[in-house]
Design a protein. Structure first.
Length: 203
């Protein structure tokens, strides 16, 4: 019984379309670029600013405020850095597993955005400066603050990696709406689309 299950599982993996070409040619370069951009910005901020220092960046839109955030996004679990790191690690591992097995291109891009943000923040904790406020290592460099107040937005301090995660969530919501729309699409329209796809393949 167990042997059959293992054989079936192995066969399923062998026959599964992992979309490796798309992941290597499109998704991985996107992730690499986003991670690199986040690290460069963090490095520049650490090299040119002091902790708690503020600078105007785009007046009325965005300003800089260099802090070390020992917690999760928006300062959650700031007094429990071990928990924050554990949650970030679990988040990244789960996303990596999803990325490997997803074979729908729109969901691959979604996971790429989320993984870029989560991975960038997790690895950046290893070289972030000492947090002079909380007296700990392992925090995340945050620097961006909205220079306007909309639903408390001026109280958020974030970095590019956080932005990648938020963009990924937004893109995922759009993908989910597309999926729902397809599920409830009239049956005749689905059949017509399927016939068109078959004709294109045959031609």
């Amino acid at each position: 019984m167990l042997k059959n299950w293992i054989n079936n599982f192995a066969y399923g993996l062998k026959a599964y379309d992992f979309k490796w070409k798309f992941k290597l040619v499109v998704a991985t370069p996107i992730m690499s670029f986003l991670i690199l951009a986040d690290w460069i910005v963090k490095w520049v901020v650490v090299a040119t600013m002091q902790q708690k220092e503020e600078k105007q960046f785009i007046k009325g839109f965005l300003k800089l405020n260099f802090i070390i955030n020992p917690g999760s996004a928006y300062g959650r679990n700031s007094n429990k850095i071990e928990l924050a790191i554990t949650l970030a690690t679990v988040f990244v591992i789960c996303l990596m597993v999803l990325f490997i097995f997803l074979n729908d291109k729109k969901w691959i891009i979604t996971s790429s955005l989320l993984l870029a943000g989560g991975f960038a923040n997790l690895l950046a904790r290893s070289w972030a400066p000492f947090d002079e406020v909380n007296k700990v290592y392992g925090g995340v460099v945050d620097m961006f603050v909205w220079d306007f107040n909309f639903l408390g937005s001026s109280g958020y301090i974030f970095n590019l990696a956080d932005m990648w995660v938020n963009i990924g969530i937004g893109f995922g919501v759009i993908c989910f709406i597309i999926e729902i729309f397809y599920v409830f699409k009239p049956k005749k329209e689905k059949e017509m689309n399927k016939e068109v796809e078959i004709n294109e393949i045959e031609s």
